[in-house]
Write a protein that binds this ligand. Structure first.
Ligand SMILES: O=C(O)CCC(=O)C(=O)O
Ligand SMILES: [Fe+2]
Length: 311
């Protein structure tokens, strides 16, 4: 497989609207990418490499602290947004058949003013950077949703009306910073990876990477390494979108392997997981009823139970 690169300049965040003709051609490119590959690189989105670097820098400062200082911000300690917060090393297994992933992450799901943020020492701009990047990703995602609807021959507002509450406790959309610390391959457990094989759960994901390492499963079953294109954003269709489109758009397995033996480098990425509003009822958009209707909230809860182990 080869992941197509699409120039999003005509609808970048610095443009007010997209001319009809360009919308038409973007839709065509989206359609072939999402039906055949499930992934696309977007360039000229308006989100700059500098913005990405700034968020990665502040995230790394958070992760490099001792665990005791990160503990107060743990995932599950924010009652109205259970996914918000820090996830420690080896806690999550995106492939439940493997040992815990060798990664740490910090999820930003809720922008509510009452939320407690890391703010000490060199983390003074943590909140500001996360929040403003979240908004940028949200704006871009709404544009992507419009083009997607168009490419499926649907009213361009259909996806927008089900993604109205991003950033509130009634929508699961999450900006996740990921940090993959250096790995001592001799100490790693049998079968352990940086991030196990999985597909994402929601509508789609925007992925920003600092270096290579991501692999995507081709139809042949073989995993293929994805290049890292500076300034370009990787978008992949997630499972709920596949279901919504009656399998027209495909959600593809991906993973991050351990670095080669002797390579002690770290890796960082940022993922913006777009989810519909919890109450949105997801019904096959071609009216085929291939899958029964389900609310986005119920669907997401089910998937989280799988990756954190049911208790
Ligand atoms: O770190 C990466 O490049 C991919 C992470 C990922 O696929 C995920 O968190 O869902
Ligand atoms: Fe993923």
């Amino acid at each position: 497989i080869k992941i197509p690169v699409v120039d999003f300049g005509a609808y970048s965040l610095s443009e007010k609207d997209v001319p009809e003709e360009q919308l038409q051609s973007l839709s065509k490119e989206f359609k072939s990418a999402f039906t055949e590959v499930g992934f696309v690189f977007l360039k000229n989105t308006g989100i700059t490499q500098e913005e990405v670097d700034d968020v990665m820098d502040i995230s790394k400062k958070f992760f490099l602290q001792p665990d005791e200082l990160k503990q107060p911000f743990s995932r599950n300690s924010f009652s109205n947004s259970p996914n918000h917060g820090w996830v420690s090393l080896e806690t999550e297994r995106l492939n439940p058949r493997r040992p815990g992933d060798l990664k740490e992450s910090f999820n930003t799901s809720l922008l509510d003013p009452n939320i407690k943020w890391p703010s000490s020492g060199n983390l003074k701009c943590f909140r500001e950077r996360k929040t403003s990047f979240f908004h940028r990703c949200k704006e871009l995602s709404l544009r992507v949703l419009r083009v997607m609807a168009h490419s499926l021959g649907l009213d361009r507002e259909v996806f927008l009306s089900t993604h109205r509450l991003i950033g509130t406790d009634k929508n699961g959309t999450t900006l996740r910073s990921l940090y993959y610390p250096p790995v001592n391959c001799e100490k790693a457990k049998e079968g352990q990876l940086r991030c196990g094989e999985h597909s994402d759960y929601g509508t789609f994901t925007l992925l920003f990477q600092s270096s290579e390492g991501l692999q995507v499963r081709a139809r042949s079953g073989e995993f293929i390494s994805v290049p890292c294109i500076p300034g370009a954003i990787l978008i992949n269709i997630a499972d709920l979108m596949q279901r919504w489109t009656s399998d027209q758009f495909i959600s593809v397995l991906h993973r991050v392997l351990l670095p080669p033996v002797g390579d002690s480098s770290t890796r960082q990425s940022l993922a913006f997981f777009v989810h519909p509003d919890d109450e949105a009822l997801i019904t096959c958009c071609d009216n085929s009823n291939k899958y029964p209707p389900i609310t986005a909230g119920d669907y997401l809860t089910e998937r989280f139970n799988d990756s954190y182990g049911r208790s």
